[in-house]
Ligand binder design. Structure first.
Ligand code: 13P
Length: 347
């Protein structure tokens, strides 16, 4: 069956979606995730003693998005509902600042996780109700891709098949709606690092989760040519006591992805998930050095792009803006080099 025969008549042209998806993973470029919900940014601000007001959140996002030359290594930024409506202090909408710098606006569209009833310790992501209308509005506001994050915890007897299926189904429903509205879905099934599991368990869980996800995407007529996967890396649990080398993590992650992700996907970007800045960069770099791979592999880091800058800014909100921006730029450059397999520690 030809792929085009599965395109619903009302669907945006696949060429447009594919073009956006390819631009998101252009050579040497990746995504900065600044889509923390107000509750999540509150935690990040509290960690460095910054007050969580709407103006502070705006000022912080302005700092990030106006980083000089950011577009050299950043293809897109994921925003939160509040942020996509905000502007610089001088009144330029953030989406305009981004587009003027060649940075594609993206938007987080899930409404966060809730406990999955009947399955202690497991979560399901909500946000499908009313999603079509929200996507329509976000498109008008300038967004061209949208992210939905599912959370899969590893523990005693979890994840369950029910949790994996519920999350895959929601991801596929959201992805189909995104494509209908002209937005590239960035599907994110995050296998959480926390736990005492070993790297092999993380591999097995990630493999099952990705098989389930791509099955659901197929069942829901999602066009893979216009989809980006945001993946977690295959790592030992944070409290396992196990140490895996950079090459072990890279090899395990690549093997898992190669056995589950169709080659027609335009690209895969990784979340950092609590890894150190250096680990996140080194792992990406190693995977690209092990190539050629079936798809471009790049980054969509939140913490591993921002934490150094946030710390610097917190030390002097007025005078440290330029210094913090230099850090953002340096992280973008390092991760951009890692997306090419050209990063070196000393660089
Ligand atoms: P981290 O890189 O901090 O994990 O954030 C990426 C993200 O967008 C998680 O949804």
């Amino acid at each position: 069956m030809k792929v085009s025969s599965r395109v619903r008549p009302e669907t945006m042209s696949i060429e447009q979606l594919a073009e956006t998806a390819q631009a998101m993973v252009a050579a040497g470029k990746g995504i900065i995730a600044i889509d923390e919900s107000n509750a999540t940014i509150a935690k990040r601000f509290a960690g460095v003693g910054i007050e969580n007001s709407e103006e502070q959140r705006r000022a912080y996002r302005e700092l990030l998005l106006t980083t000089p030359k950011l577009g050299e290594h950043i293809s897109g930024a994921i925003l939160y509902d509040e942020t996509i409506r905000q502007a610089t202090k001088s009144g330029v909408p953030f989406t305009k600042v981004m587009m003027d710098n060649g940075i594609i606006p993206g938007i987080k569209v899930d409404k966060g996780t809730q406990p999955l009833a009947g399955f202690p310790g497991e979560m399901v992501t909500e946000g499908l109700d009313g999603l079509r209308a929200r996507l329509e509005e976000y498109y008008k506001l300038g967004a061209r891709f949208a992210k939905w994050r599912a959370v899969i915890n590893i523990g005693d007897d979890i994840p369950s098949g029910t949790c994996i299926e519920a999350n895959s189904h929601a991801l596929a429903r959201y992805a189909a709606l995104c494509q209908e509205q002209g937005l590239v879905p960035m599907v994110e099934p995050e296998v959480i690092m926390d736990g005492s599991h070993d790297i092999d368990t993380c591999f097995e869980v990630t493999e099952v989760v990705l098989r389930s996800l791509f099955d659901s995407l197929y069942q829901n007529s999602v066009l893979l040519e216009g989809t980006i996967l945001k993946a977690s890396m295959v790592l030992p649990g944070t409290t396992s006591g196990e140490k895996a080398s950079v090459d072990e993590v890279a090899a395990a992650t690549l093997q898992c992805l190669k056995s589950t992700v169709p080659a027609i996907l335009p690209g895969i970007v990784f979340l950092s998930g609590g890894q150190s800045d250096e680990d996140a960069t080194a792992h990406l770099d190693a995977m690209n050095r092990m190539g050629p791979n079936p798809w471009p592999l790049s980054f969509s880091y939140g913490r591993a792009m921002q934490s150094a800058a946030l710390k610097l800014w917190s030390q002097d909100l007025v005078n440290n803006v330029a210094k913090a921006q230099q850090t953002v730029y340096a992280r973008a450059r390092d991760n951009g080099l890692a997306a090419l397999g050209q990063w070196s520690k000393a660089a």
